[in-house]
Design a protein around this ligand. Structure first.
Ligand code: NAD
Length: 414
């Protein structure tokens, strides 16, 4: 995955005419930390995990990025995702750099008490490298507001009251209105812009969604509320489809109770992997990396792909889809709603002030639309695809900040 994220970077760097030296400076992470986490589990057994935090770039501000609890988490993964965060925060123009981290544990097979213990150990060992002005974690796959609340509480034991050390916290613990649904809302916002450009409305479209966690379920709910039909949803348990459109709130309630979409009453079941090639106008991959690859890209039926997940499309698939004229709204733009409202949350924490949900949503909609249009303009002007355009915009912004700090001594070609 690390190599893949570099492919997109180099494609944009070629467009900009960046030297090898500048590319190396912009791609090299500032710091990668690995810690061992051993706890005595509730059942008395010893559990050992590894925790990671890769801090990629801080030219535009404190570093920012999610924490993922997943057995496949490792330094390469964290590094690739940290790199993406640098460009993402620049695309939506929030004053942050990029970071990412996590623990290679499987929360689905752990008790809440063990998960808490693992999180506390992680903070204990990372406390010197995170902080409200250094690096601010947020939820990602298998982490949520509850975990962020634990982190804030634990970190504050060492540093004093520090609500700004993490975002995506519970509302009762200095979280922000609108954060939970923010990434899904951003997905809806950029899709609205794309439809508008094509003279279509939500009422005209059918949508297939892969992943029904934070991003997928909120995106599906908000897109359905605007009148689209969500015709198929798949997660790690299976797929469910309904041509007339799934009842999204009922599906959310079903998943909360049953742990997955499988068995949802009144819908047709299908194998989860079929979701990518489902017959729908729009595909929202909102699960894990590499979901769209060279073996299934040619069979994608959607004409618009909105990347809710990070890195859901491999470079080979990206090329196939572009050649087929499919519009891809890339991850660093499409799923930037989460980091945008994380920034609002952090700003509220620093000011000890609260925004209401209406203000959060309004400001988010504005940021997402502005970013979409900026990327679109870059794409039109340079005759490049949206992903390359998003990287061009981001590299330019990060490059200029790095130059101003003298991280880069050479002149930049922009
Ligand atoms: P989550 O843990 O809430 O949900 C993940 C979903 O993916 C679950 O529904 C799970 O069942 C599904 N899934 C896992 N393996 C699957 C498979 N093989 N096939 C189909 N579905 C599968 O995670 P999330 O926070 O919604 O994150 C999803 C993606 O969005 C990740 O790539 C993450 O990095 C990205 N993202 C999340 C946020 C955020 O604010 N949470 C922000 C930006 C990007």
């Amino acid at each position: 995955m690390l190599a893949e994220s570099h492919v997109y970077f180099h494609k944009a760097a070629d467009v900009l005419g960046l030297s090898d030296k500048v590319r190396t400076i912009l791609l090299t992470p500032r710091r990668a930390v690995k810690v061992g986490i051993t706890i005595e589990g509730e059942d008395g057994t010893l559990q050992s995990y590894e925790g990671y935090r890769v801090q990629h770039n801080a030219a535009r501000g404190p570093m920012k990025g999610g924490l993922r609890y997943h057995p496949a988490m490792d330094e390469d993964h964290a590094g690739a995702l940290a790199n993406l965060m640098t460009w993402k925060t620049a695309v939506v123009d929030v004053p942050y750099g990029g970071a990412k981290g996590g623990i290679n544990c499987d929360p689905r097979s752990m008790s809440e008490k063990d998960l808490f213990a693992v999180t506390v150990r992680f903070v204990e060992q990372m406390k010197e490298v995170i902080g409200p002005t250094i690096d601010i974690p947020a939820p990602d796959v298998n982490t949520n507001a509850k975990v962020m609340g634990w982190i804030m509480h634990e970190y504050s034991k060492y540093a004093g009251f520090s609500p700004g050390v993490v975002t995506g916290k519970p509302l009762d613990l200095f979280g922000s209105e609108g954060r939970e649904a923010a990434t899904g809302r951003g997905v809806m916002d950029v899709l609205a812009e794309a439809l508008n450009e094509q003279g279509k409305s939500f009422g005209d479209i059918t949508v297939a969604v892969q992943g029904f966690g934070n991003v997928g379920s909120n995106a599906a709910r908000l897109i359905a509320e605007r009148g689209a039909r969500i015709v198929a949803v798949a997660d790690h348990t299976g797929g469910v489809a309904k041509e007339e459109g799934l009842d999204v709130p009922a599906l959310v309630a079903w998943v909360a109770k049953n742990g997955g979409v499988k068995g949802f009453p009144g819908a047709d079941a299908f194998a989860s992997s079929e979701i990518i090639t489902w017959k729908a106008d729009v595909l929202v991959p909102a699960a894990l990396e590499d979901a769209i690859h060279k073996a299934n890209a040619a069979d994608v039926k959607a004409s618009i792909i909105v990347e809710g997940a990070n890195g859901p499309t491999t470079p080979e698939a990206d090329q196939i889809l572009n050649e087929r004229g499919i519009l891809i709204i890339p991850d660093i733009l499409a799923n930037a709603g989460g980091v945008t409202v994380s920034y609002f949350e952090w700003a509220q924490n620093i000011q000890q002030f609260r925004w209401d949900e209406e203000k959060v949503n309004l400001e988010l909609d504005k940021k997402m639309s502005k970013a979409y249009r900026a990327v679109r303009e870059e794409a039109f002007a340079r005759k490049i695809d949206m992903r390359a355009a998003a990287f061009v915009l981001a590299i330019r912004r990060v490059g200029k900040a790095a130059l101003a700090r003298r991280y880069i001594a050479a002149e930049l070609p922009f």
